[in-house]
Design a protein. Structure first.
Lengths: 306, 309
């Protein structure tokens, strides 16, 4: 992961001594690939899972406290754990992880990474308070007003933490990535969808039937809505994919992603119990990871026919 | 160089304050936040590289390596003409490119310059000493989240190696593939336009070493004037294809403080034909990102309000 940035592999192929007749630079890639591989796909997934779970729990709790209070109090600590794992991955991905705090030297809105780092840092504070007070409430120390205050304060930085990731991965010069105008829209919408799914699993595990019923409907509608930015994103990426994959491979990827969206929808529509919900959400998470992985892989993939 | 330098820097200096793990930790934490006084702006400087007089001697590459104490990259046979350097990297800040444009010997076609419309039959060498373009609105500078990449007092793009944490945003952002992350230390490096030499009133090592004055260094405005005169001269001398690359801003990219005189398409030299600053998309991408999230929240809220008891 932390090796030297290699020459760009995407959309063109470097020469080799065996192909000595192919001299010059026209066939060579111009840009270089940053060392962002699998860790970034996991980071994009965990970022969405953590921020989405917090946002879904906060919105549901604030809109219908009587129904969602108990499940929200469990959701915040889970979101905190997911966020901490995500932050760990972000630190590990640096060339010099011991210099992670250098990110906080400056605040630069022109840099999505800077904006994202500040949003994540700010978001982690109210999330920690909300999670901590939710746990304390279980032991009888109930500071409800402070907990609710932390939840409200966390809404904006939580949303911004979900929204920056797609812009970070589309505002650059990398082939394929630079054309992904709808990536941010997909990732942010997907974060809310995953958060709703996670909250649904928690409410089903806790036997919260009212909350489960409402979230089941919300999950279904969000699954359908999420297809729109996903479709637009794939339209953006079609030229890049056409260079990288055979038609058969493209169909295979499309079929996996379509199945990842349709299976959860069908399973949840069956109105089964906990197992059905678990299967639906796990399939959704796998599909979400797959979409991110396919995207992150684009500049690292060798093209066809060259 | 680096291993020797690291070895030396690890030695205890008599002037060093007493060190301990706690003091070291505090120093590491506080150091990046300390700010010195910003130097006063000076006349913007840059490079103008006239590729028509480059002879491919690689003196610039050697001078750059020597002055900046950059390690050797080893010998790699590329099979691409005389170019075994291959690319700019964290340890190679100057790269001489060789382009052979000769008629296929078997076809027996020989063409003279200016008499053949097909560029591939010109029977010529193109050579170009490439380096960081020191763009005025540089994507790497905009992307850097640590503030390690700055525009110094000469309006050159400079990476502060003691601040960079190797996040690689600059690598992803650069449309010219200039910056890479080093295996040693994990930080990004590139041409500094010999900032240290400039501060002492010296010209950069590569320009100093160039035996044909292909690499010109000086105030950018003067260089532009000089370059335009050279293009006119070449046009009059029967090289109508001569033009400047990066001397003025385009609709999608700013001017560069290191610009080139070329006689073929930019892509022939391994440069993007129409460089694009990714930041032109940023606001739109944010709007779409926020819209996607708000749509999800609106759906969830609507369902909760409609179905709650």
């Amino acid at each position: 992961m932390h090796t030297d940035s290699r020459p760009q592999q995407g959309l063109s192929k470097p020469s080799s001594p065996e192909r000595g007749s192919e001299t010059g630079y026209e066939h060579l890639p111009v840009t270089k690939v940053p060392g962002w591989h699998g860790i970034i796909a996991w980071d994009a997934l965990l970022n969405g899972m953590a921020t989405g779970l917090f946002l879904a729990a906060a919105i549901s709790e604030l809109a219908a406290p009587a129904v969602f209070l108990r499940v929200a109090k469990v959701a915040y600590p889970v979101a905190l754990v997911l966020l901490l794992v995500d932050l760990g991955l972000l630190v590990l991905d640096l060339g010099d992880p011991l210099r992670f705090h250098h990110m906080l030297r400056v605040f630069k809105p022109s840099s999505p990474m800077s904006l994202g780092t500040w949003c994540l840092t700010i978001f982690s504070l109210p999330l920690t308070v909300a999670a901590g007070l939710s746990l304390l409430a279980e032991f009888g120390w109930d500071f409800e007003w402070a907990r609710l205050g932390a939840v409200v304060v966390g809404l904006l930085p939580g949303f911004a933490s979900a929204a920056y990731k797609g812009v970070l991965l589309s505002t650059n010069a990398q082939p394929g990535w630079k054309d992904a105008r709808w990536l941010g829209s997909y990732l942010t919408n997907s974060a809310i969808l995953m958060g709703c799914g996670e909250l649904l699993v928690l409410s089903a595990l806790m036997g919260q039937t009212q909350a489960t019923g409402i979230l089941r409907t919300g999950f279904n509608v969000l699954l359908v809505v999420n297809v729109i930015p996903l479709g637009l994103l794939f339209m953006n990426l079609r030229p890049a994919h056409a260079l990288l994959y055979t038609r058969e491979q493209q169909w295979r990827v499309g079929a996996i992603i379509a199945a990842g969206a349709l299976i959860p929808l069908g399973v949840v529509l069956l109105k089964g119990g906990l197992m059905f919900i678990l299967v639906a959400v796990i399939v959704l998470l796998v599909e979400s990871w797959f979409v991110r992985f396919v995207y992150v892989k684009i500049p690292h993939t060798s093209p066809l026919g060259k | 160089m680096a291993s020797r330098e690291m070895e030396l820097s690890g030695l205890h200096q008599s002037s060093d304050p007493p060190r301990g793990p706690l003091a070291e930790l505090v120093k590491r934490l506080i150091y990046p936040f300390l700010r010195g006084e910003a130097p006063k702006p000076r006349t913007p400087t840059g490079f103008y590289t006239d590729t028509t007089v480059c002879i491919g001697c690689k003196a610039c590459e050697v001078a750059c390596k020597q002055w900046n104490q950059l390690p050797s990259d080893g010998f790699n046979f590329s099979g691409n003409s005389y170019d075994n350097t291959n690319e700019l990297s964290a340890t190679t800040w100057r790269h001489v490119k060789f382009i052979e444009q000769f008629a296929d010997e078997s076809s027996g076609q020989i063409a003279l310059p200016g008499t053949e419309s097909n560029e591939s039959l010109l029977n010529r060498w193109l050579m170009m000493s490439d380096n960081c373009k020191h763009c005025v609105a540089s994507p790497c500078h905009q992307a850097c989240p640590t503030g390690a990449i700055v525009q110094n007092e000469f309006q050159n793009i400079y990476i502060q190696a003691d601040i960079c944490n190797g996040c690689s945003c600059c690598i992803a952002a650069c449309p010219f593939g200039v910056i890479t992350r080093s295996d040693m230390g994990g930080h990004s490096h590139k041409c500094t336009l010999c900032y240290d030499r400039q501060r002492d009133g010296l010209e950069p090592a590569c320009a100093k070493a160039c035996p044909t004055q292909s690499i010109h260094f000086g105030p950018v405005e003067e260089l532009r004037e000089q370059a335009r005169k050279r293009v006119e001269e070449l046009h009059q001398r029967g090289v109508p294809q001569a033009y400047l690359y990066g001397d003025v801003a385009s609709e999608t990219y700013s001017e560069m403080h290191s610009f080139y005189l070329l006689v073929d398409r930019p892509s022939v030299y391994g440069l993007p034909d129409a460089p694009f600053n990714p930041w032109l998309h940023m606001m739109g991408d944010y709007v779409r990102s926020v819209t996607g999230g708000l749509a999800g929240i609106a759906v969830l809220l609507a369902v909760v309000f409609l179905l709650k008891p």
